[in-house]
Design a protein around this ligand. Structure first.
Ligand code: ADP
Length: 288
């Protein structure tokens, strides 16, 4: 069942002025509950505009966003509730930390939801654990955390609202490879254990390949593709024409195939590549 459905959504910035800019054109797609969807597209393709439509930060000019089958604008007075149900982690979310302690920062969203102190405390602990923040860090000032810890605290604040849909805009930007990998696996574990649907906007094809079940490709304000990850990355030429790439391992696989090696299907993660190549290498060695 689709948790999120976008129907023929249109959005224009500065409508009616000389600066008018159509940012979304007839955008339609749906996302199944529990799916992790990678959102990719060249800069300016409309990704941020689209994400801001999903929790009502921007209003459509025409078209609809349905959450669990209901138009999020059905009752505009209740749009605040939608923001609790569709959690948004913006780029560099650590700049939005402002409370005296990490605990209070993570509790900020749940407190706005009007939950009991007991429930807030339960959620703070749970979210901190998923985000990988040790208990003692809850009492320190967010400004005393390391960069990676700040990022995790900010993400924990959104996780603590236990949204049905979690939207993350470039969550690993600026982290080192180890930090990226750890944060991504924490997000995936959180999503799988809570049945949360995730939309992950990323410039990193490697990140998308590592976690996404499906990929939404935006191009010039339109949906260019919405398909399982393997299918999207098998359409390398189309992606390249949109100024996008495929993961490095996929490029290597395509080159191997062009050079006549029987590598079979494309691989888009290192693990897949190893699984496909090992038998070939062993077979080759045995033949020598
Ligand atoms: P992406 O997130 O893929 O980089 P955006 O949604 O930010 O794309 O932008 C889509 C288009 O809308 C771009 O052409 C961009 O220049 C334009 N745009 C984005 N934000 C604004 C704004 N606040 N005012 C006017 N135009 C904007």
């Amino acid at each position: 069942m689709a948790i999120l459905e976008v129907r023929q959504l249109n959005y224009v910035y500065s409508a009616g002025t000389p600066y008018e800019k159509a940012a979304l054109r007839d955008v339609s797609f749906s996302v199944e509950k529990g799916d992790i969807v990678g959102v990719i597209g060249h800069t300016g393709s409309g990704k941020s505009t689209l994400m801001q439509q999903l929790n009502g930060l921007l209003t459509p000019m025409s078209g609809q966003v349905l959450l669990d089958g209901r138009d999020i604008w059905e009752n505009p007075k209740k749009i605040r509730d939608i923001r609790f149900r569709v959690g948004m982690v913006f780029q560099y979310p650590e700049y939005q930390l402002f409370e005296e302690t990490v605990r209070r920062d993570i509790a900020f969203g749940p407190r706005n939801m009007g939950l009991s102190e007991e429930e807030i405390e339960r959620r703070v602990r749970r979210a901190a654990t998923f985000a990988g923040l040790r208990e003692e860090l809850l009492e320190v000032s967010p400004f005393d955390l390391s960069g990676g810890q700040k990022r995790r605290a900010a993400i924990a604040g959104v996780m603590a609202m236990e949204p049905e849909v979690l939207v993350l805009d470039e969550p690993t930007a600026g982290l080192d490879p180890r930090g990226r990998e750890q944060l991504l696996s924490r997000i995936v574990r959180y999503a799988r254990e809570n049945g949360t649907t995730v939309l992950l906007v990323s410039h990193s094809m490697e990140d998308v390949a590592a976690v996404a079940d499906k990929v939404l490709v935006m191009n010039k304000g339109e949906v260019a593709m919405m398909a399982p990850t393997a299918e999207v990355f098998s359409r390398a030429e189309e992606l390249q024409a949109m100024g996008l790439t495929v993961p490095a391992v996929t490029q290597i696989f395509m080159k191997l195939r062009d050079s006549g090696y029987a590598v079979g299907e494309n691989a888009y993660t290192v693990e897949q590549a190893v699984r496909r190549l090992l038998p070939l290498i062993k077979g080759g060695a045995a033949g020598c």
